[in-house]
Design a protein around this ligand. Sequence first.
Ligand SMILES: *[C@@H]1O[C@H](CO)[C@@H](O)[C@H](O)[C@H]1NC(C)=O
Ligand SMILES: *[C@@H]1O[C@H](CO)[C@@H](O)[C@H](O)[C@H]1NC(C)=O
Length: 344
Amino acid sequence: MWPLSACLLLSAVGVGSAQLVFSVTDVVKRTDCNKTVILPCFVTNTKENNINVMFVTWKKEGKRIFSFDGEKKEFFRDPAFLSANLVSQVDLPKGVASLMLNNTEAQVGNYSCEVTESNREGETRVELQDHPVVSCGEEDTPTPKEKCGTWFVPVELAVIVVLVFLNISLYLAQFSLIALKYEIVSQKKMGIIIAAIIVLVVAVVGTVLFVQGGYSAQSQAGLGLIVVPAVILVLFQYLMFGIVFDSLSAATCALLCLQILGYIIAVVGFALCVSACPPSHGPVVIAALAIMAFANLLSLAYVFFMGSSTKDHPRPGKAVEEPLNELQSDVICEKYTVVDTQWP
Ligand SMILES: *[C@@H]1O[C@H](CO)[C@@H](O)[C@H](O)[C@H]1NC(C)=O
Ligand SMILES: *[C@@H]1O[C@H](CO)[C@@H](O)[C@H](O)[C@H]1NC(C)=O
């Protein structure tokens, strides 16, 4: 027996030609973890098994977004749906007219699939719906959509962004403190300021991309932009300790190590997050950024309290002229030569 829709179509078209029958799927759901979305369209009674007599048209709310002419092997794609393609051109003669789209291009809504095989034709509809990512709760739990639907859950997302800007602010606070208290070679100062602006701009761009959510290339690149360049901040820390202290003590080395450790964990966490959706390692990134922020805070305090005791010591600009034996005394955390070659 034919489905009701086919009967209705038959009467609507009013041509005596036989109709194609579809295996109907009313609704398909996608989450932000779907990189591609497949809109199903299966004809169950194709006869000719010949692609040359087939024609497929996909419409979204009545507007044609994609079509394929089997005879000419020609595609039409609406500019907003450039990723649209048949799931399998080879299987089209067998009735598989399903459409594949990038998740970013697939808007929710009602799509229709019209298939023609010689003089027989038919149409089926499928509704694409958004569905929260599974990490937001079980399938059946009524979770508000705005709480899910992203690669990271919004709380994680917000915490990551806040920690990143907290880190940058702490570095800038430390730099301001040092710039007020100590003489810094103006070239070096400009270098630090320009690098800080770059880090800030990159972090803002990264945040804008990251908060768009979804398991998309933009969102992943955004997370990369806010995590990876943090290495520049660690380098700043090294420079700033170099400005304040004559030689890097065990404490400053430990603070630097803590920041480097936090940075490495953050990069590893980023790599783990990029390879999974929903991301199961979001907390790793958060913990790593928190470690960095903690180390920053300690560094700021250290510079504030310990830095003043060495206030009257020679300025870094003059430090180069200091006796060689002092430079040789600390091999691991030796600073001046490195510092001065970094910012020529
Ligand atoms: C999204 O991905 C899930 C799991 O891989 C899959 O079952 C589902 O069909 C996909 N949704 C769409 C619309 O393609
Ligand atoms: C799609 O069609 C269904 C049934 O006709 C309707 O309930 C739904 O609101 C439509 N969705 C959109 C996004 O237009």
